[in-house]
Design a protein around this ligand. Structure first.
Ligand code: DC
Length: 187
């Protein structure tokens, strides 16, 4: 009897700084392969949104770890848009505003927030069939990913891309502000 081989579903990591084109590449690859695209930046942003909604101090690491660990995420990609659901609520738009970008940048430096989200990301990716995108995926989260990409671009180009991405999403942004935020996020 002929043996049938099922192709192993891969875990693919895409790293690189903001505005390098990671999400565009990740989304289109996910579509081609029929994989789930996981935007890990959206997870940090969602924690920031919850911190704001709940009125928790962003410095309170003791409260931030269980908060981050308690959240449930799903990612639904439709065409060019990926919807981020946090505890069943669509937060796609809410997590993109500049205030949440700043807060996400701040809380993503907290070690205990990172621990909670990294553990969750490993869980989400362990069965394969996923593309995880973020700045530490190939180095910290999945150093042994089946395939790893690192995307980069000149900083001016990255600012331009980020700015147009926000404008397209209908978010009111200032070019200079976008530039400053990108420099801060890279740091
Ligand atoms: O890529 P982004 O701008 O959506 O990410 C939001 C914030 O989360 C940003 O400050 C970088 C941080 N981040 C992180 O620390 N680790 C990741 N894997 C993804 C994002």
């Amino acid at each position: 009897m002929a043996k049938t081989f099922k192709r192993k579903k891969l875990t693919i990591a895409i790293d690189g700084p903001s505005g390098a084109g990671k999400s565009t590449v990740a989304r289109s690859l996910a579509k081609r392969l029929g994989y789930v695209y996981i935007d890990t930046g959206a997870m940090y942003r969602s924690v920031a949104l919850r911190v704001k909604e709940k009125g928790i101090s962003p410095e309170d690491e003791v409260a931030l770890n269980p908060l981050a660990a308690s959240l449930h995420f799903s990612f639904i990609t439709q065409g060019e848009q990926t919807h981020v659901l946090c505890d069943g609520k669509d937060v796609t738009e809410a997590i993109r505003i500049p205030e949440i970008s700043r807060l996400a940048s701040y809380i993503s430096k907290q070690q205990r927030v990172r621990e909670a989200l990294v553990q969750m990301q490993r869980e989400m990716g362990k069965e394969g069939g996923v593309i995880l995108e973020g700045r530490d995926i190939g180095t910290v989260v999945f150093p042994d990913a089946d395939v790893k990409f690192y995307l980069d671009a000149e900083s001016d180009e990255r600012v331009r891309r980020r700015y147009h991405e926000m404008v397209q999403k209908g978010v009111k942004v200032d070019f200079k502000e976008t530039q400053e935020e990108l420099v801060q996020r890279d740091h």
